[in-house]
Design a protein around this ligand. Structure first.
Ligand code: ATP
Ligand code: FE
Length: 332
C-alpha cells in the first residue's frame, strides 16, 4: 500500500509517504516561533501547524514522486500530544481521506516512536525491550509484535527529556535544551559532580528529584562564586547527563535480566543523545545484547515513524471511522 502519514502532536509539522513498507519521503518542519519563549506554546503550535500542513504534505508527495490518486490510505497521530496540535493533523487527515474516498488510520505516537526501528535494517527480533525516552514519556516497553506492546515500567513524574530540558534552562542554555546539553556535556568531565539517582520500585523511574537537586546545587555554588556556572558549565552538563543515563540504564538492565531478553532498543527524542547511544553500545558488549539505535532523523518527532506504524495497521485492516477525534492522553 501507498500511505500518506501526518504527525502534528507537538511542535513539528511532518508528512511522509510510505510504499510497501519503504519510506519514500519524510518532511519535517520545526517551528521556530517557540524559541523566544523557551518552550512550546500550545496555541502557537496549533497555528503554525495550520500554516505548515499543506506545504509539508505537498512536499512529501513531490519528493516521493507520488500523486494523490496513488494513495491507499491517510494516517495521522491521534495522540498522545497537545490537543490543539493534534486537531490540525486529525482534521486534515479526515478531510483528505474523505475527499479521496480512502481509509483513515489513527496512529499512537508512542508506538510509532518504537516502530521507527522497522524503517531501516537491521530490525529487532521479537520479543524485544524498548526504552522509549522523549519529551513527555519515559517507558520500558516489552514489544511482542509490531502492534502488540506492553509498558512494563515508566516515569512516575517528569519525563527524562523534561529533565534534560529543564536542567539546560537552569544553566542558561538556549531552547531546545536537550541537544545543547548533550553538545556541552561532550567536552566535560562526567565525574566532576555527584547528583542523586532516583530509585523507584521495579522498572519505574523518577526524574523530578534530580531537577530539584540541580536547582539547590546551583543555588549553593553560585552563593560562593557568582561565576560558578560559566566556569563549570561543561562539567555540570556532563555530570547531569551521566546521572540521567545511569538512572535509565539501571532499570533497563534489570528488566532485560528478569525477562531474559537480549534484544534491546532505544527510541524517542532522547535516543538522539550521544551519551545514551554510546552507553548502550558499551552495555551491548558487557551484557551480550543486540542493540538497536534509530537513525537521528527518526529519533525526534517525524511522520516517517507514523507511516511505518500505519503500514502495519493497514496490513491488519485496522482503520478508523470519520468520527475519530484526537486523544491527548492516548494509551496502548
Ligand atoms: P512525546 O514523544 O513524549 O510525546 P515529544 O514528541 O515532544 O514528546 P520527542 O520529539 O520525541 O518528544 O523528543 C523531544 C525531546 O528529546 C526533548 O525533550 C529534547 O530535549 C530531547 N532531545 C532531543 N535531542 C536530544 C539530545 N541529543 N540529548 C538529550 N535530549 C535530546
Ligand atoms: Fe515524540
Amino acid at each position: 500500500p501507498t500511505i500518506l502519514a501526518i504527525e502534528s502532536s507537538c511542535d513539528d509539522t511532518s508528512a511522509a509517504i510510505i510504499r510497501g513498507g519503504k519510506v519514500l519521503s519524510n518532511i519535517v518542519t520545526t517551528q521556530a516561533v517557540h524559541e523566544q519563549y523557551g518552550g512550546v506554546v500550545p496555541e502557537l503550535a496549533s497555528r503554525a501547524h495550520q500554516q505548515n500542513i499543506i506545504p509539508v504534505v505537498h512536499q512529501a508527495l513531490r519528493t516521493a514522486n507520488v500523486s494523490k490518486s496513488d494513495l491507499n490510505a491517510v494516517a495521522f497521530t491521534r495522540g498522545p500530544g497537545l490537543l490543539g496540535a493534534l486537531l490540525v493533523g486529525c482534521s486534515f487527515a479526515k478531510s483528505f481521506a474523505l475527499g479521496l474516498g480512502i481509509p483513515l488510520i489513527e496512529v499512537n505516537h508512542m508506538q510509532a516512536h518504537i516502530l521507527a526501528h522497522f524503517i531501516d535494517e537491521p530490525t529487532p527480533q521479537f520479543p524485544f525491550l524498548c526504552l522509549t525516552v522523549s519529551g513527555g514519556h519515559t517507558q520500558i516497553v516489552l514489544v511482542k509484535d509490531h502492534l502488540d506492546m506492553e509498558i512494563i515500567g515508566q516515569t512516575t513524574d517528569d519525563a527524562v527529556g523534561e529533565a534534560f530540558d529543564k536542567t539546560a534552562k537552569m544553566l542558561g542554555l538556549p531552547y531546545p535544551g536537550g541537544p545543547m546539553l548533550d553538545k556541552t556535556a561532550a567536552k566535560g568531565n562526567p565525574d566532576a559532580f555527584q547528583f542523586p539517582v532516583g530509585n523507584m520500585p521495579e522498572y519505574n523511574f523518577s526524574f523530578s528529584g534530580i531537577k530539584t537537586s540541580v536547582l539547590y546545587f546551583l543555588r549553593d555554588k553560585t552563593k560562593d562564586n557568582p561565576n560558578f556556572v560559566e566556569e563549570n558549565l561543561e562539567d555540570i552538563c556532563a555530570s547531569v547527563q551521566k546521572t540521567l543515563i545511569k538512572t535509565l540504564m539501571k532499570k533497563l538492565v534489570l528488566a532485560a535480566k528478569d525477562l531474559g531478553i537480549k534484544e534491546v532498543a532505544i527510541a524517542g527524542g532522547v535516543s538522539a543523545n550521544s551519551g545514551l547511544r554510546q552507553t548502550l553500545q558499551e552495555y551491548a558488549k558487557k551484557y551480550n545484547w543486540n542493540v538497536y539505535i534509530p537513525a537521528f532523523q527518526y529519533c525526534t518527532d517525524n511522520a516517517g515513524m507514523i507511516a511505518m506504524a500505519a503500514h502495519f495497521q493497514y496490513l491488519k485492516g485496522d482503520f478508523s471511522s470519520q468520527y475519530v477525534s484526537p486523544e491527548p492522553r492516548l494509551k496502548f
